[in-house]
Every structure is written in structure tokens, then in C-alpha cells.
Design a protein around this ligand. Structure first.
Ligand SMILES: Nc1ncnc2c1ncn2[C@@H]1O[C@H](COP(=O)(O)OP(=O)(O)OP(=O)(O)O)[C@@H](O)[C@H]1O
Ligand SMILES: [Mg+2]
Length: 216
């Protein structure tokens, strides 16, 4: 059975593509058959995979489906027999109906969120979309993934504030680390960066464990 995971948020820049490619790359390295559906016109996920060295290709397939819009859920169904996991990287929900469509067929939605008041407020919009999708997709699970977390008192307090948001929060957050940017530029997995990305590697492995456990 193929599991479908959508990565969505209301606004841009919270880390959707970073989480998508991090988790997808980890699943791929673990030997699973993984497809990333790039539903964003900006094509950041597609560019990430294209930037890879010929000698070390990104270990998952990426397909661009930004043109599908509200028909995305139908297009995604066509791939389900060929993959263990399909991860859908979406554009900001305030700009597109792709997230709404993707959630109709998803098992799980990950909402990366930067723990700051402004980002928290804007994330409210995705809550409404998730509730809407649950009217038809009752078993849709969802959790917040704190991203760009800083190890300060404010950072900790902000993560605690996420718990009041109405969705589950992963205990596996991602820190603010250059490794995530470097991986995107190099077209690499986080793991492919090696020793210099030690902390990011353990974060993304833990997040992948959490995602797999949720889907069991
Ligand atoms: N944990 C992190 N540490 C450092 N930089 C990060 C982290 N997460 C994301 N970034 C960087 O922040 C920028 C935005 O991240 P990303 O592209 O993943 O967000 P997005 O939600 O997909 O944005 P968009 O809505 O534009 O698609 C990128 O340059 C990315 O490399
Ligand atoms: Mg993106």
C-alpha cells in the first residue's frame, strides 16, 4: 500500500520544500520507492533534484504537477501502484487550490511552521483547510513540524505555544542550520552532506521515523 503525505502551509517560506525533500530523501536512502509530486509552479523541489551530481543522483523520483491545480488528487492516484510513498510539496495554500486537492487523498499532512507569532497566526488558515478535507477524508492525520527553531528561551517558548494550536506537534523539530540550504543548492540529501551536517542528519532521520510510525 502506498502512503500519501502532503506538506502544506498557508504561507510561503515555512520550510515545505525542505521538509519534503528531507523526508523523501531519507525514505529513498532507506530503500523505499518514493515519488515527490512537485505541485508548486516555482518548482523548487524539481530544481533541488535536478541540481544533483550525475554521480550521486537524488534517490527519489520527482514529477511536476503544478498544472493540475484542483485536479491534483486525480493525477496523484495514477502513481500509487508504483511507489511506497508519495510526498506532495504544495505551494502556499493562500495562492493555490493544490493543497486542498492533495488533502483529499492524503494519509498525513505535515505543516512546517516557524515558531514565531506571525507565522503561527498565518498557519491558522491551514487548520481550516485540514478540517474541510476531513469532511470527506475522515482518516486524514496532521501534525505541525517546528522548523528553524533556535535554541533560545524565546525559541523554546514559541515551540510550546505551538501545542495550543489544535494540531499535534512533533517532538522532532528542525533547527536553523546551513545544512538545509546547502543540500538544496547542491541537489543533495541531508545525509549526502556527510559529517558537516551531523545535527541536521539526526533531525531529519528522527522526523522520518516519526512520519513512518504515524503511517504504520
Ligand atoms: N531549518 C532550516 N534552516 C535553515 N534554512 C532553512 C531551514 N528550512 C528552510 N530553510 C531555507 O528557507 C528558505 C525557505 O524554505 P523552503 O523553500 O523549504 O520553504 P517553502 O515553504 O517550501 O517555501 P515556498 O512557499 O516558497 O515554496 C529556503 O532558502 C530554505 O533553504
Ligand atoms: Mg517550496
Amino acid at each position: 500500500m502506498c502512503s500519501i503525505v502532503t506538506i502544506a502551509n498557508q504561507k510561503g517560506g515555512a520550510g515545505k520544500t525542505t521538509v519534503t525533500m528531507g523526508v523523501a530523501g531519507t525514505l529513498g536512502l532507506r530503500g523505499h520507492k518514493v515519488l515527490v509530486v512537485d505541485a508548486d509552479l516555482q518548482a523548487t523541489a524539481s530544481r533541488w533534484a535536478c541540481a544533483a551530481d550525475e554521480g550521486q543522483p537524488f534517490p527519489v523520483a520527482v514529477t511536476g504537477l503544478a498544472a493540475a491545480g484542483a485536479k491534483l488528487h486525480r493525477e496523484v492516484r495514477k502513481f500509487l501502484n508504483d511507489y511506497d510513498y508519495v510526498l506532495i510539496d504544495t505551494p502556499p495554500a493562500m495562492e493555490s487550490s493544490a493543497p486542498q486537492s492533495a488533502l483529499l487523498v492524503s494519509d498525513l499532512v505535515l505543516v512546517p511552521v516557524i515558531p514565531s507569532p506571525a507565522d503561527l497566526w498565518s498557519a491558522q488558515g491551514i487548520l481550516a483547510i485540514i478540517e474541510g478535507a476531513r469532511v470527506v477524508n475522515e482518516s486524514l492525520r496532521a501534525f505541525l513540524v517546528p522548523n528553524m527553531v533556535t535554541h533560545t528561551v524565546l525559541g523554546r517558548e514559541s515551540v510550546e505555544a505551538l501545542a495550543e494550536f489544535g494540531l499535534g506537534v512533533t517532538e522532532t523539530s528542525l533547527g536553523h542550520r546551513t545544512a538545509y540550504r546547502e543540500a538544496a543548492i547542491e541537489g543533495n540529501t541531508i545525509q549526502g552532506l556527510g559529517k558537516r551536517a551531523k545535527s541536521a542528519i539526526s533531525e531529519i532521520e528522527a522526523l522520518c521515523d516519526r512520519v513512518m510510525a504515524e503511517l504504520e
